[in-house]
Design a protein around this ligand. Structure first.
Ligand SMILES: [Zn+2]
Length: 78
């Protein structure tokens, strides 16, 4: 998954805060994680599919201090 997809999800308010139920506004420290099992046989698509990413999501709505570091942000997209 890519940072671009995460940005678009936030811009379109598609990730909701589990605490206040409003759209999450910010994120930080996005990293791609490369725990893939690519065997070097030239199938680079497989490498992309099996790699993940990790990000700290920050609610940043008034009165809400929720933030979470997660690998599963994609599951939170509506
Ligand atoms: Zn919140």
């Amino acid at each position: 998954m890519s940072e671009k997809k995460l940005k678009e999800a936030l811009e379109n308010k598609k990730i909701s805060c589990p605490q206040c139920k409003k759209p999450i506004n910010k994120y930080e420290k996005f990293i791609e994680t490369c725990d893939s099992v690519w065997d070097g046989a030239g199938d680079s698509n497989r490498t992309l599919e099996s790699s993940g990413s990790k990000v700290t999501l920050i609610c940043a709505n008034d009165g809400c201090a929720w933030k979470d570091r997660t690998e599963y942000w994609e599951d939170m997209i509506d």
